[in-house]
Design a protein around this ligand. Structure first.
Ligand SMILES: *Cc1c(COP(=O)(O)O)cnc(C)c1O
Length: 397
């Protein structure tokens, strides 16, 4: 039996805030600040460079990777951590292209997060060998898979709408034509049950500051299927992915297994905070989390739709096709979101008109959802969003 949800007592939730943005930056788990202080004062402060050994800093990327692997149905040793998700996308894609040297097409979709597409285009331009990036609409992507594809690279849960791809079915299709499959799990890890072993994709990547609550700038992760990793040629061949970093050899020899997907010095402070943050998952069954997530999001859709006919559901109505977020389209969405935030209901906005709300059952309950719907109703019905205070855009939306 898993623990019961939510586990609000494990998080620092500011007074008066209903946080529906854990899909963008998760709430701070209670142990995070104390852990950061320990690392700074006792490890860095007292142990200095000795801490790489004495405080286990060198092993931290792997230890944290193993904890994330367990949440994703992946074996220990198959997940490396570090860098940012954009860099991990580049790493996975570069390695995948090397595995299919005679093919020139990368297939993604036009719902993918722009950074994934930018990284692909940047890599294509750097290699300069006539590679092509194709981006059909998400609903057409499965049919667009042909034997021209070197790689199919998709994000499982759409950052705007929450629409979910069928990982297993698409991976099977990609493999049937001989393509390598890469999944971006940015909005999946800690949000929906994922079984990387059953899915059988070669690579998966994701970040840890969204549903995994690792904090701003927390390290990304990359998974490589254990049976292929020893043939993976790292494009970002940094010294900490070398078989013997401290031998200081002039030539690069990749480390064993997933260690070769490390690049440079790991972000110890962030990794330590992430390790602490991952403790909130102890005892949580992903099936229970999914059930709670769907109960919250279904209730939210029902309440908001009934109270605010001005808003149009921009997520799949079928819960089975949705991740752990709900989006509504509204022409004045940016200003309406600012008005909501001013009233303690924190979601976010994605251009052109999407109001986005994330559901994180570890620290949200039904009362939060109903209260949020009431506040949304006030903002929309009373046209609070028309106030000039809410019309100016900040850099981060
Ligand atoms: C959040 C997100 C990113 C962000 O990448 P960073 O390098 O961590 O800034 C990239 N891709 C997807 C699909 C995302 O959801």
């Amino acid at each position: 039996m898993g623990v019961s949800l939510p586990r609000k007592e494990m998080f620092e939730i500011p007074e008066g805030v209903i946080y529906l943005d854990g899909n963008s930056l998760g709430v701070m788990p209670k142990g995070a600040a104390a852990r950061a202080t320990t690392v700074i004062e006792q490890e860095w402060g007292d142990q200095l460079i000795r801490a790489w050994n004495s405080a286990g800093w060198m092993d931290l990327p792997r230890v944290v990777g193993d904890r994330i692997a367990a949440l994703l149905g992946a074996p220990a040793g198959s997940v490396a951590t570090g860098d940012t998700l954009s860099i991990k996308v580049y790493q996975a894609l570069a390695a995948a292209l090397k595995m299919r040297p005679n093919r020139r097409v990368i297939l993604s979709d036009n719902g993918n997060f722009p950074s994934d597409l930018y990284m692909a285009q940047g890599l294509i331009d750097t290699i300069d060998k006539g590679y092509e990036l194709r981006t059909p609409a998400p609903e057409d992507v499965a049919d667009a898979i042909t034997d021209e594809m070197a790689v199919v690279m998709l994000t499982q849960v759409d950052y705007r709408s929450g629409r979910m791809h069928d990982m297993k079915a698409i991976t099977e299709k990609a493999h049937a034509v001989g393509a390598v499959m890469i999944w971006d799990l940015a909005h999946s890890a800690g949000a929906v049950p994922v079984d990387l072993t059953a899915c059988n994709a070669e690579f998966a990547v994701g970040c840890s500051y969204k549903y995994l609550n690792g904090g701003p700038g927390a390290p990304a992760f990359i998974y490589a299927r254990p049976d292929i990793i020893d043939d993976v040629q790292p494009a970002l061949s940094g010294w900490l992915g070398h078989d013997a970093p401290f031998a200081m050899e002039l030539g690069y020899r990749p480390a064993m297994a997933t260690e070769r997907l490390r690049v440079g010095t790991p972000p110890i402070l962030q990794l330590a905070v992430l390790q602490e943050a991952l403790k909130v998952w102890d005892g949580v069954e992903m099936a229970d989390l999914r059930a709670a997530s769907l109960a919250l999001s279904e209730r939210f859709i029902k309440e908001v739709s009934a109270r605010c006919p001005e808003l149009t559901l921009a997520s799949p109505a079928d819960p089975a096709l949705r991740g752990s977020q709900v989006s509504f389209a509204f022409e004045q969405g940016y200003a309406a979101m600012q008005a909501l935030i001013a009233r303690g209901v924190i979601g976010d906005f994605r251009a052109p008109d999407i109001m986005r709300f994330g559901f994180t059952p570890l620290y949200l309950d039904e009362a939060d959802v109903i209260r949020a719907a009431e506040i949304i109703e006030t903002v929309i019905k009373d046209r609070v969003y028309e106030h000039p205070d809410y019309q100016t855009r900040s850099r981060v939306t």
